[in-house]
Design a protein around this ligand. Structure first.
Ligand SMILES: Nc1ncnc2c1ncn2[C@@H]1O[C@H](COP(=O)(O)OP(=O)(O)O)[C@@H](O)[C@H]1O
Ligand SMILES: O=P(O)(O)OC[C@H]1O[C@](O)(COP(=O)(O)O)[C@@H](O)[C@@H]1O
Length: 309
């Protein structure tokens, strides 16, 4: 089973405004509401790819009901922990450029946090847990660390996709996959990347710190996969970008879906890129047929050996 854990789900409120003017009254041309939050997006794509998944996380209020109902209608299994506060709303403003304003998220009490941790007792050594997204500020600084430790104690694998300061302390637990985008990679090492050589240097550092596999995603420029022996470049298929929110989550879901079937990380990377691009080319997250139609159009190139010895 693939469990996803979304500490801070959201309604993603996608707002199209032509030539937005700050300080003026602007009128929307179109708007859409989708369930969001990184783990939830991963579960939705896994479900599209017919990989069994259960979405865990904190959910609350009328916004939380919207998300639960949407997932229920799609047939995505959930086992959320109810909290008193309202789940946040994240604004994705589409104008000449894309601007994102993500909410803080509800306060999580110690009882609510423990209730979620207790759900992890159901995990077995055949499972993968995907820890994704930001944490509401009221959650303890070491919450992801606790979850990663508990997951490993159960013999399960985990994937981590967060900008949290905790990431470096979690890598020694040997995550199956870490997927920063370029900005996140810069934030982890507090440096500015200058070209592909830098990305390769710092991607390898994540392996040295403990990750089993690393994917650095670069939006329209594709992604790099770092395994224990090689670096691969993934080249995106061509298409018209509609909404890239959730592209990174889709990449992770595509990777896991193929990995659990084949244990072949390169083939998993290819389905990951197809999933990320298919989502970038659709208004909501991608559908199964959109993903599968792109797989053969993804280019994969081996770049370099990552073996430092
Ligand atoms: N504009 C785009 N065109 C084609 N593919 C894209 C585009 N944006 C994202 N993707 C695909 O989705 C993957 C993840 O997107 P990215 O924006 O890097 O992640 P995140 O959403 O985490 O920032 C990319 O590596 C790429 O394969
Ligand atoms: O938890 P965070 O870091 O605030 O991110 C939440 C946002 O990330 C998303 O999951 C999209 O993530 P990606 O574009 O990185 O795949 C949105 O659905 C959500 O609004």
């Amino acid at each position: 089973m693939i469990y996803t854990l979304t500490m801070n789900p959201s309604i993603d409120y996608i707002v199209h405004v032509k030539n937005v003017q700050l300080g003026e009254l602007n009128r929307m041309e179109a708007d859409f509401k989708f369930p969001g939050g990184k783990g939830i997006n991963v579960s939705r794509i896994l479900h599209e790819l017919m990989t069994e998944t259960i979405a865990l996380g904190f959910i609350g209020g009328f916004t939380g009901d919207f998300i639960e109902n949407w997932l229920k209608n799609e047939g995505v299994n959930t086992d959320f922990t109810r909290v008193v506060g309202d789940t946040r709303i994240n604004i994705k403003l589409k104008s000449d450029v894309e601007t994102e304003i993500n909410g803080i998220g509800p306060k999580i009490s110690a009882e609510e946090a423990n209730a979620l941790l207790n759900k992890l007792s159901q995990i077995s050594n055949e499972d993968i847990v995907v820890l994704s997204g930001s944490k509401p500020p009221s959650l303890s600084e070491d919450f992801y660390h606790k979850v990663a430790k508990r997951t490993k104690e159960k013999g399960a694998e985990f994937v981590i996709d967060t900008t949290s300061n905790e990431l470096k302390t979690i890598l020694p637990f040997r995550p199956l996959l870490v997927k920063p985008n370029l900005e996140e990679l810069e934030a982890i090492f507090d440096i500015k990347m200058n070209g592909l050589d830098d990305v390769i240097t710092y991607g390898k550092k994540l392996l040295e710190l403990g990750a089993q596999n690393v994917i650095v995603s670069m939006g329209g420029n594709g992604a790099l996969l770092f395994t224990d022996v090689d670096v691969y470049q993934g080249i995106n298929p061509k298409g018209t970008v509609k909404n890239s929110v959730g592209a990174g989550d889709s990449l992770i879901a595509g990777f896991i879906s193929r990995y659990v079937e084949t244990k072949d990380v390169v083939s998993a990377f290819q389905l990951g890129i197809a999933s990320g691009s298919a989502t970038a080319f659709s208004s909501d997250l991608a559908k199964r047929n959109e993903i599968l139609s792109l797989v053969k159009k993804v280019g994969i190139k081996r770049l370099d050996s990552t073996n430092p010895y």
